[in-house]
Design a protein around this ligand. Structure first.
Ligand SMILES: [Zn+2]
Ligand SMILES: [Zn+2]
Length: 222
């Protein structure tokens, strides 16, 4: 398992060089080969280059950007590209543009940087199915959830999405809402009456669709 997969893991990088340590027990421990995926690559809206990365931030196209990525900790030393651009470490990376949200789509980011949200109930959308989406910039599969939920929001007025930026596993937000949860994306679905219908751990878009359907059905019952 790669240390930067969105699971709870020991310290990033430790697993990666355990075999090296075994081979070279007398050598000084090498620095970690892997960094942290930042939002910098995904934030670009530029067209993709031949490396399937937004062209204006691709380090293979623009080697002069490497220093900045390294300085921010977003660097894969093993493959000499930013961690956020390393398809060899993260084969499911994608920078395909997200669907454009229509006016009126009910999406809000309710916390960033892992700041605590004591009561999810305060953020329910009245009369709608509400999906709470716990994500992080370094979570590669979270972008697939975004693409899926954007399509749902574009098709339906009775669904709202509330995004919560976990930032890391050590933040107050994570400690309150993800105790015992081992993986993100993590989604909690409530029906229009504020009843919790389901929680989905990991990338499972079919389970997400089922939960939204279940939450929609419960609205019709007294
Ligand atoms: Zn490129
Ligand atoms: Zn890599």
């Amino acid at each position: 398992m790669h240390p930067l997969r969105p699971h709870r893991t020991p310290l990033p990088g430790v697993l990666a060089f355990l075999p090296l340590l075994a081979l070279a027990a007398c050598a000084t421990a090498p620095p970690s080969d892997h960094g942290t995926i930042s939002e910098r690559t995904a934030a670009s809206a530029a067209a993709l280059c031949e490396h399937r990365v937004p062209g204006d931030v691709c380090v293979l196209c623009h080697p002069e950007l490497a220093a900045d990525f390294k300085a921010s900790g977003d660097w894969c030393g093993e493959h000499a590209v930013p961690e956020s651009q390393c398809y060899r470490c993260h084969p499911d990376l994608t920078f395909e543009p997200l669907p454009i949200l229509r006016d009126g789509a009910d999406l809000a980011v309710i916390t960033r940087g892992g700041a605590d949200v004591p009561d999810l109930g305060a953020h329910l959308a009245p009369g709608k199915v509400t999906v709470f989406d716990f994500f992080a910039a370094w979570c590669v599969p979270c972008r697939q959830v975004d693409a899926h939920l954007f399509a749902v929001l574009n098709a339906r007025d009775d669904v709202a999405v509330r995004k919560l930026d976990l930032s890391s596993w050590d933040t107050p937000l994570a400690k309150r809402h993800l105790a015992g949860v081992t993986e993100i994306p993590y989604l909690i679905v409530f029906d229009a009456d504020g009843r919790r219908v389901a929680a989905i751990t990991g990338l499972d878009l079919a389970a997400l669709d089922r939960a939204i359907a279940d939450a929609t059905q419960t609205e019709d019952q007294p």
